[in-house]
Ligand binder design. Structure first.
Ligand code: SF4
Length: 319
């Protein structure tokens, strides 16, 4: 009699989908894939305060974006997936209201750091009016970060919030470079007009000249042209930051640099070594040049002046 080996139970096939797809509702809007998830937390600790991000990932697709790495935790890649697969944190306004009441310490809040909070998906999901209303209701001093003209939709709401400031990122005004390194974002002229329009509508709006790209946008003429036009747009303050290359951003940016500007890769190696920050001497030189230009064109080197929270506002009773 022949002995028959028992059939081995087949291992269940591993689910090949990215982690986020196993738990999110997936919807496709044109070229974007959106993963709708219920926000489990809204406020995140950040240097000097807190941050809130209704979206993770960003269709503005900036080559240099420093927050790409977060997509790895979702089972997505920090390159093309970051640009086209956006996590939409539905219910974030409700969650934020609850957290502002119980765990917030009154510190300032940055809005839209893990992806532009007024990128195209916001036109579909409209999460920001609820976020702004929650922050305004708590009397929070907060700064909205964006490159998008969609923010004008909420200008009235923002103007009614005591303590709000908007920072529009305009790192350079050369549109040929912008089309390559910020392919999904509005052009510099549109953003300059946005700065003027927000200030005209009573929303304090400054500019972040961020990031200055070594050897690509850091010549004295390029820096001067940018600061001059930012001042002419009536920006309420200017800040500057040199390119950072943390993991995720580093591989993606340097791969692009090697393909399009191979002659610059050795110099980038000298400037950054294996770290995320450029050589401190280089950073001092660039930020010093921008500070001098700001003085020449009458700009404060600060974020927009946020109006103080009025006495007796609910925020003060939380502290
Ligand atoms: S707009 Fe900001 S969040 Fe979006 S890709 Fe560019 S740098 Fe990243």
């Amino acid at each position: 009699m022949r002995w028959e080996a028992p059939a081995l139970l087949a291992e269940p096939a591993a689910d090949p989908r990215p982690r986020i797809e196993r738990t999110a509702v997936t919807r496709v809007h044109g070229a974007l894939t959106c993963y709708e998830v219920q926000a489990r937390t809204a406020l995140e600790r950040a240097p000097g305060g807190w941050s809130v991000s209704p979206y993770r990932g960003c269709a503005h697709a900036c080559r240099y974006c420093a927050v790409r790495r977060g997509h790895r935790r979702l089972g997505l890649d920090p390159g093309p997936d970051f640009d086209s697969r956006i996590v939409v944190r539905t219910g974030i306004a409700r969650r934020l209201r609850a957290e502002l009441a119980v765990r917030w310490d009154g510190g300032p809040v940055d809005v839209g750091v893990a992806g532009d909070c007024y990128q195209g998906a916001e036109d579909v999901y409209r999460l920001m009016p609820g976020v702004v209303a929650a922050l305004r209701g708590a009397g929070a001093a907060f700064t909205v970060h964006t490159k998008s003209t969609l923010i004008l939709r909420d200008a009235g709401l923002l103007a009614s919030a005591p303590g709000v400031g908007v920072v529009v990122s305009i790192a350079f005004v050369d549109d040929r470079i912008r089309r390559i390194v910020e392919p999904g974002a509005p052009g510099a002229q549109k953003r300059l007009e946005l700065v003027a329009e927000l200030n005209a509508r009573g929303v304090a709006c400054g500019v972040a000249m961020a990031p200055v790209l070594p050897l690509l946008t850091d010549s004295p003429d390029q820096l001067a042209a940018t600061v001059r036009r930012v001042a002419a747009a009536g920006a309420d303050g200017l800040t500057v930051r040199v390119l950072r290359l943390p993991p995720g951003a580093r591989e993606w940016y340097l791969a692009w640099l090697g393909e399009h500007h191979p002659a610059l890769t050795a110099r980038y190696g000298e400037l950054y070594g294996a770290g995320a920050d450029a050589d401190p001497g280089y950073v001092r030189r660039v930020t010093g040049q921008v500070a001098q230009l700001a003085t020449r064109y009458g700009l404060r080197m600060e974020r927009p002046a946020r109006r103080p929270v009025p006495p007796g506002h609910p925020q003060l009773t939380l502290l």
